[in-house]
Design a protein around this ligand. Sequence first.
Ligand SMILES: [Zn+2]
Length: 80
Amino acid sequence: MKKSAAFAAIVVSMIAVISLPGCVGSGGGGCMGGGHGGHESPSAPPAEATVAVYSCPMHPNVTSPDPGFCPKCGMALVRR
Ligand SMILES: [Zn+2]
C-alpha cells in the first residue's frame, strides 16, 4: 500500500518536471507566460487604422487605397 503512494508521488513529481522543460532551460525568465503573451493582445490597433486611404481634397467621396489622382479633377489624392 505504501508503495503505491510513493509511486504516485514520484509520478506527480516527474510530471511536474516534464511539463516545465522551458522553465528549467530558459533561466526562469519567461516561464510564467507573461513575458511573451502579455504584451501583444490588448493594444493592437485594428486593421483599418493601418490601411491608408487616399481621397481627393475636392471630392471627399473619391477614395482609393493607393495614392493616385482624382478621376474627376486630376488632383493628387491625399492620405488621410
Ligand atoms: Zn477631385
